[in-house]
Design a protein around this ligand. Structure first.
Ligand SMILES: Nc1ncnc2c1ncn2[C@@H]1O[C@H](COP(=O)(O)OP(=O)(O)OP(=O)(O)O)[C@@H](O)[C@H]1O
Length: 552
């Protein structure tokens, strides 16, 4: 996927917050007022102390105590409201970004996602998107709050003496700008590395889970564990490096705060010596500086978190901006299915040619068998008929119209494709079937399952149609999964059925039942039937043999 520069990434991430400018501004105003309350509590206490000693006319002791109480309550309320705004922004945006990511994945599927590292995708959808919360809730408004609050405090220090303003300005720049930039630079690509490594680790664990049977069969457990351990160690090294930087940033920040506060006191003492400021001015200026680092300290840690946040932002934006290989057609024609044709089609995945000059006529109501050696492009042909990919040359047509010109939803309604592997969701059998037709009645579900010769099996399960299918579908046998896939296709009730090796995992009894169902479709539905089995091909009206990408 594409990678944008950090600056570009921030610009694009800010672009996503456009619709929420009002509430972001409100969060900033609340944050600034909250911090000012917090800062002026000790400052006011100093004034009150001087008033009690009789050194200051304003404010009086009583007024000071009342004001302190008001500021304390206000501080709490403002902070709460600011957090409320920030979390509203963050969660609204996260929901919005998740929605965009899922839409993007839908647009990219399946052509751009074939072969994609699924663990990495999972990690992107979950932790990357979550990490963006840091950007929206803890980056945008803190930056604005730090800049404005610091500017106000520089002005306040300046109202006592310009040198106090100069020290305050240097202090804020050092803590809020130089420390984060230094850490950001010295952390290098650790943030990106952590994101990438954690994605790889998820991929590896997910791969091991998916291939659990193979791992056990070939006693590859130790190797897989060693592999996961190695990846996890590498991730740990990167995380440690980042923690080291975070620790350094904190130590540096605390040292700078103390140094500048003492500096302010020293400058005050010198000014007091020359009579330029009063004793009260010195204490107030020093207290104001010491208590006003809150907003810039919030930025000090950005140097370390920003790396990870930007890395996540880059990955998420990369997906959002990825161009699909096949553009969905939303405005094209709706079709009544009336046969399909493959006309002088040439196709390659990337560089490797799979089909050349291929033509097949699939008349309505017929069962067309497709045979050919492994890798000759039979499944590819079905994917082109589904328009999962677009052809390079020639044309694939349904009802005389190129599939490119047909509205994609209408095309998918007309077709039901049963691939070699049926994916079952971690859900009940009923819900797994309803995906093909959400409004189907129990009778329709059962009819589809009878046609796919799986009804009796389902009824033999403890909870019948409500039985839960295990994660990854591995509580069912290959043949059961395959028959459930077929039942889905029958339930979808599309006029054009594409069946890729529908009987490869079945015993001859179940094969015969399925073939009988396919035979019953003749005249009602059009079927493309891919199979290596001569017994299965017996049901076809016509068999097309494909070899090296050509019909023979
Ligand atoms: N997504 C993909 N990206 C790149 N190459 C692919 C992809 N899918 C399939 N291929 C390649 O295209 C060729 C044809 O694959 P296809 O699955 O269409 O063959 P097939 O005739 O259905 O094989 P089989 O009978 O083994 O299922 C193979 O060489 C395969 O490696």
């Amino acid at each position: 996927m594409k990678r944008a520069s950090s600056f570009e990434t921030v610009r694009k991430m800010l672009g996503l917050v456009d619709s929420m400018t009002g509430i972001v501004a409100l969060a900033c105003v609340l944050g600034i007022l909250g911090f000012l309350c917090a800062i002026f509590i000790p400052v006011l206490a100093v004034y009150g102390g001087f008033a009690a000693l009789g050194g200051s006319a304003f404010p009086g002791v009583r007024e000071t105590i009342a004001l302190l109480a008001v500021l304390a309550v206000l501080r709490g309320v403002l902070h709460y409201l600011e957090q409320l705004c920030n979390h509203y922004i963050a969660f609204k945006l996260l929901a919005n970004i998740r929605d965009r990511v899922f839409s993007a994945l839908r647009r990219l599927a399946p052509a751009k996602l074939a072969g994609a590292d699924r663990g990495n995708l999972v990690s992107m959808i979950t932790s990357d998107v979550e990490l963006l919360e840091v950007f929206y809730a803890h980056t945008i408004s803190p930056v604005v709050i730090a800049v404005v609050t610091s500017a106000i405090m520089v002005g306040f220090a300046g109202s006592i003496h310009v040198l106090f303003a100069a020290v305050a300005l240097c202090a804020y720049l050092a803590v809020g700008l130089f420390v984060p930039v230094w850490i950001y630079r010295s952390a290098g690509d650790v943030g990106l590395e952590i994101r990438t490594r954690s994605g790889q680790l998820s991929g590896s664990v997910l791969g091991s889970l998916r291939g659990l049977r193979e791992v056990l069969q070939f006693s590859a457990g130790d190797r897989r564990i060693a592999d996961v351990k190695e990846q996890s160690d590498r991730l740990l090294v990167a995380q440690r490096a980042l923690r080291g930087k975070t620790g350094a940033a904190m130590a540096c920040t605390n040292a700078l705060i103390l140094m500048f506060s003492l500096g302010q006191l020293a400058v005050g003492a010198a000014l007091y010596g020359t009579g330029a400021v009063s004793g009260e001015g010195v204490i107030v200026a020093t207290t104001a500086l010491f208590s006003s680092f809150g907003p810039v300290v919030a930025l000090a840690n950005l140097g370390t978190t920003l790396q990870g946040t930007l890395a996540s932002g880059q990955r998420v934006i990369g997906i959002l901006e990825e161009e699909p290989l096949v553009e969905e057609n939303e405005t094209g024609a709706d079709i009544e299915f009336d046969g399909a044709s493959v006309e002088r089609v040439g196709f390659s995945y990337g560089g490797e040619r799979v089909l050349r000059d291929m033509s097949i006529d699939i008349p309505r109501g017929r069962v067309v068998g497709i045979s050919g050696k492994s890798g000759s492009g039979k499944s590819t042909l079905c994917r082109l008929l589904m328009r999962f990919w677009d052809v390079d040359e020639g044309r694939v047509a349904l009802s005389g119209r190129s599939v490119r010109d047909i509205r994609t939803a209408s095309l998918r309604d007309a077709e039901a494709f049963v691939e070699q592997d049926t994916h079952l969701f971690h859900d009940s059998i009923r819900d797994n079937l309803l995906i093909a037709r959400p409004d189907a009645t129990q009778d329709q579900i059962e009819a589809a399952c009878r046609a796919a010769s799986v009804h009796d099996f389902i009824m033999s399960l403890p909870d019948g149609y409500d039985t839960m299918v295990g994660e990854l579908g591995d509580t069912l046998s290959g043949g059961e999964c395959q028959r459930l896939g077929l039942a889905r296709a029958f339930l979808h009730d599309a006029p054009f059925l594409l069946l890729d090796e529908p009987t490869s995992n079945l015993d001859s009894l179940n094969e015969a039942a399925i073939l009988k169902s396919i035979d019953e479709q003749r005249g009602k539905r059009t079927v493309v039937l891919i199979s290596h089995r001569a017994s299965t091909m017996g049901v076809a009206d016509r068999v097309v043999s494909m070899d090296s990408g050509r019909v023979s």
